[in-house]
Structure formats: C-alpha cells, structure tokens
Design a binder for this molecule. Sequence first.
Ligand SMILES: Cc1ncc(COP(=O)(O)O)c(C=O)c1O
Length: 374
Amino acid sequence: MRIADFALERYFARWEFAVEHLLCASDVQGYAMADLLALADDETRGLWDGLTLGYTESTGHPLLRREIASLYDGVDAEDVLVFAGAEEAIFCLVNVTMGPGDHAIVTWPGYQSLYEVARATGAEVTLHELHEADGWALDLARLRAQVTPSTRLIVVNAPHNPTGMLPDRATFDGLVAIAEEAGATLVVDEVYRELEFDPTCRLPAAVEASSRGVSVGVMSKSYAMAGLRIGWLASHDRDLLARCAAFKDYTTICSSAPAEILALIGLRARDVVLARSRGIVEANLQRLDAFFEDWGDRFTWVRPRAGSIGFPRLTAPGVDIDTWAASLVEAEGVLLLPGSQFGVGGNHFRIGFGRTDLPVALDRLEAFAERTLR
Ligand SMILES: Cc1ncc(COP(=O)(O)O)c(C=O)c1O
C-alpha cells in the first residue's frame, strides 16, 4: 500500500513535544491517571488490581463493549468493535469497504485519514467542500449531486475538525436520507460528540439514525484520554464489523489490556469526565470569543457549535498565516496549525481550546499580535 504523508501528523511530529503551548491541539487536557483510578467502582478496581498482561479479546473486552454500547440507544455489545484509537478504526473500516471502482464522498477540509485511506485503496474520492461563508455547513443539494452509482461510503465528521461545525437536525436527517437512498454506508466520525455547547443540539449518533450507519468514537477528545489509544466502531451492520475484525488481525490484533480497563473506568464515570471536559472548553471558548471580538478587524471567527477546535482566518492585510505562525512559535512558544496543513488556502488556521494553558497561550499570542498586526 502506498499512502500520502499525513500532513498534520508530520507537523505535530516536528512540534508537539517541542513547544511550550499547543494552541492547536484537538484533544482535551489529558486526565491524570490517579484521578481516573479514583473514579473506579469495586468491579473495575478489582479488574485493574488483578490485571494480567496477556493478549485481550480481539473484539474488545466484553465489559468495555457493553459500556460503549450503552452510550447509544438500541445498541448491543455485539454492535461494537474496539480499536487502538479512532485512527485504527477508520483504517480498518475504509480498507474493508473501499477499493478500485468504489466511490466515497468525504467532508473537507478534514482529518486526512478520512479520505486518504480510501484513495490509497484505489477508490475514487469526492471531497464535499465546506465553506466559511456558509458557516462551514453541509450543502445537501451538492452532496446529493455528488452521489454516483458506485458510492459506497458517505463520510462526515461532526462535530467537525477543524471548524467546530455541527449540522442542525434537519440537515442531519437529510444526510441520513441521502445515504439511504444511495444505498451507501453513512460513516459519522463522532469523536467530538458530547461536547456540544448547547446540549439540545446534540445529534443522534449514526448508529442510532440508520441501520447502515457507522459511528466512530474514541476516548481521546471528549473523554480526555488520548493516551489510552482506545477507539471504536458502533454499527448494526455486524457483517461489516466482522470484516473489520478480520482486517484488524493485520494491524493490532487486540487492544492494550491496561488501556481497556482504564477506558472502562472512564466511561462508567463519564458524567464526571465529561463535566470536566465541558468546563475546560466552555471557559476557554469565552476567552476566545472575547479575543476575536477585540480583534475582529484582523481575524474572522465562525464560532464552533461543538468540540474543542475552531478554524479562524487571519485577515490582516499582507500577512501570511504560515509566516506569522512560524514567527509566533519562535517568539512566544505558541503553536498554531496553519490551514495549509489541511491543504486549505485563504489564511485559515486551527485553534484548539481543550487545554488548560489556553489563557496563558492566548495572552502570549495577543502580545505578539500587538507587536505585529496593529
Ligand atoms: C476527526 C478525527 N477523527 C479521528 C481522529 C483520531 O483520533 P485518535 O488519534 O485518538 O485515534 C482525530 C484526531 O485528531 C480526529 O480529529
């Protein structure tokens, strides 16, 4: 298999552990191990204390699958397959569904593996481009026109990386209908689900909305535990899950035994875990709102509706975001992610607001902006 470099990951490989402030991270501030263990109930504490480090069940620990299933309405443990992160889930799913002659429609800009893996299988990929002028919304008429007789997958990431877009309910229902009419599998990458700023705007999960829907989930973002590397697929299409499980025999075979138990603890205590994450992102979002209001003549800001990231644009005349971000990290140790890493022009950049150092990072960014953009 030949696959293009994952531009964003190459950028992070260079910077992530070398800068003081990651003002473009997509995850929420990692949970402390001790804090997580303090949330264990008697059963999970016993599992943790008695853990042996053998191989685990390839489909995922039965209790973990059951706990993941309980995140959704009408989903059983057998409808869930556990992976090493959402990344492995996407890799396996796309590999078993796509190949030469197949077609996928994928939202763009976006998380590169959602379209790059499909391309690497030899399939044809049509990008469903989102535009700032539309508030980054899906365009159902255009999406419908993108469907071909070979369309196997419609892949949408919502809440969306990097824009924080979340479709409204009518748009989501329209999307489900288009996928069903096309006979395509609707895959929704829902890794930022549960971080809706207005909880009444939370959408049904793909697995709840359609018998052929596939939900992609992970512990990394809303659940603040990226280091566990635990993700999953949830779908009623058990044949599809079985094919993914068979493919996984060539990637990781099974998940990390300690990570599975820790994920189980985290999901059982999800009310506490999610309240912490929401507290962090909502406080940070207010800081960002204030910043972008003050700097409205230098940046655009389409306020995210969910998640931990947004995709503003630098509008200061004659200033290029790649150059400005490079100077910012040099001068202040604050990292932004220029849109060029997503293949997007127009001076956009991703800003992340899931980390607790955001106030300090934003102060530094503002001081730099005072010196360079006024
Ligand atoms: C939309 C989206 N999907 C999937 C992933 C992969 O998550 P993980 O790295 O935890 O597997 C990410 C991570 O940034 C993401 O933003």
